[in-house]
Ligand binder design. Structure first.
Ligand SMILES: [Zn+2]
Ligand SMILES: [Zn+2]
Length: 78
């Protein structure tokens, strides 16, 4: 058994509608990718507390209207 993120591993598709235009949201990647040591996002206090144990935080974006949001996925056992 292994604890993995279903989105990172392609086990689950993202079925979230854009709250702005109702389009289909797409995965923009793991949020941790966005705040490495040299990232300007490090100065944003709100972003530093989004990730927690047992969750994988992804950035979702809407290709139609460019709305984006962060979603924490529960990790699952496989
Ligand atoms: Zn993930
Ligand atoms: Zn949209």
């Amino acid at each position: 058994m292994e604890v993995v993120c279903p989105i990172c591993n392609g086990l689950q598709s993202i079925l979230i509608s854009c709250p702005s235009c109702t389009g289909r949201m797409e995965d923009g990647g793991i949020l941790e990718d966005y705040y490495g040591p040299y990232s300007p996002y490090m100065d944003w206090p709100a972003l530093q507390q989004t990730s927690s144990e047992g969750q994988c935080v992804h950035l979702l974006y809407c290709p139609a209207c460019h709305y984006d949001t962060r979603v924490a996925w529960e990790l699952i056992l496989v």
